[in-house]
Design a binder for this molecule. Structure first.
Ligand SMILES: CC(C)(COP(=O)(O)OP(=O)(O)OC[C@H]1O[C@@H](n2cnc3c(N)ncnc32)[C@H](O)[C@@H]1OP(=O)(O)O)[C@@H](O)C(=O)NCCC(=O)NCCS
Length: 345
């Protein structure tokens, strides 16, 4: 390379880039925020294809307003061009030791040091807020190479858990049309609302989700849920421009809710729906309630969202029972998601 080579061909040092905070809510920053968001979308399409699952701008805005998390957004600029984007997610109600980080560099600007610069920035911010454990995730095709893995390992992260990303072709759904028999339990389904009369029991189930779902070696503690937090989650889903379907199982003798499962459907692109949490209280397992609430959701989805072609879910590799249920319903693995962690000392 000669000294007259254009600057963008040279591997620049971090002094060449500028990191700035971004708000998706500030009208004065609309252009910056759109360029920042475009990095996530364009990179996801380049790495994972059109069926990627990057957050939409509506979701980013809703997440910036979510009082249960502090989400800080940053862009790295080369001159006036946004070439990499990052997000720092700080849980505010529980897990005060944790910070989640996400860094994405435009494919044509990779290996120039900008990813490292942004990650160092997030780590500084996390440490300043007293966080001692960082989590990050990467996604690859099942036999693909994972630049994120090399990048995170180089920066001191270790593998904490591997999840399968499993997709269901709705047209090939093998779950049948008729409600599943669940003697002693009633299945109830709601569209767009976690019903007010469900909230108290649902908070118990949601909290249990944080201790009962497999978490590999990840340094995650129990979450704290109550009816108000569920109301705020409902608001965040609405502001994200996502529709929702939720089914619960009610135990007839006690009148309490003992199982739930949810789906979310982006309103402006309903072709890909997302399976959310599913939980059956330990003392009510073995009665087919998990399959029954999921089947009720699928019936509602097919009736109310005929445009949905795929339902996507993530299952921990060690969660054999859930994976077997999903395989029987027709789910197939389309990507692997790895969860990484690094302790700050
Ligand atoms: C991972 C990612 C953010 C790296 O961004 P970047 O701007 O290329 O990062 P850097 O240039 O600072 O790379 C730092 C080091 O990571 C390693 N690395 C990064 N990409 C690599 C690749 N494709 N192959 C091998 N090593 C790689 C190298 O050691 C590199 O240093 P070097 O170029 O001096 O050898 C980028 O590839 C990306 O956006 N991937 C998709 C999203 C993702 O996986 N993010 C990570 C989760 S937070």
């Amino acid at each position: 390379m000669t000294s007259s080579a254009p600057a963008h061909d040279a591997p620049l040092t971090s002094a060449a880039f500028r990191v700035v905070p971004v708000s998706t809510l500030d009208p004065a920053q609309t252009e910056l925020a759109e360029a920042w968001q475009a990095v996530f979308i364009d990179s996801a399409i380049a790495d994972m294809g059109d069926d990627h699952d990057a957050w939409s701008m509506d979701s980013r805005k809703a997440r910036e307003q979510d009082a249960d998390w502090e989400n800080r957004y940053f862009a790295a600029l080369d001159g006036t061009t946004v070439i990499a984007s990052a997000e720092l997610m700080l849980p505010m109600r529980d897990n005060p030791h944790l910070a989640m980080v996400d860094v994405v560099t435009r494919p044509e600007h990779r290996r120039r040091g900008v990813g490292s610069l942004l990650l160092a920035h997030l780590i500084r911010e996390a440490a300043e807020t007293g966080r001692t454990s960082l989590l990050a995730e990467t996604t690859t095709r099942p036999n693909g190479t994972d630049a994120g893995e090399v990048f995170l390992r180089k920066n001191g992260f270790d593998l904490g858990q591997t999840l399968q990303r499993n997709d269901l072709d709705v047209a090939a759904y093998a779950g049948g049309e008729n409600p599943t028999e669940t003697p002693g339990y009633i299945i109830e389904t709601s569209t767009d609302d976690t019903l007010d009369e469900w909230l108290e029991d649902r908070a118990v189930l949601q909290q249990r989700m944080s201790t009962d779902a497999p978490i590999g070696n990840l340094d995650i503690s129990e979450e704290t849920w109550d009816a108000d937090r569920l109301r705020r989650l409902r608001d965040t889903t609405r502001r994200s421009n996502r529709r929702a379907i939720e089914s619960v199982a009610r135990h007839v003798d006690s009148g309490r809710l003992v199982a739930f499962s949810g789906l979310q459907i982006p309103a402006n692109d309903p072709s890909l729906a997302y399976q959310q949490d599913t939980l059956v209280l330990r003392e009510h397992r073995g009665h087919g309630l998990g399959a029954a609430v999921k089947a009720a959701n699928m019936r509602a989805l097919r009736a109310e969202f005929p445009q949905t072609r795929t339902v996507r879910t993530w299952n921990a590799e060690e969660n054999g029972p859930m994976i077997r249920v999903n395989e029987a319903l027709g789910y197939r693995t389309t990507a692997l998601q790895r969860e990484w962690q690094k302790r700050l000392t």
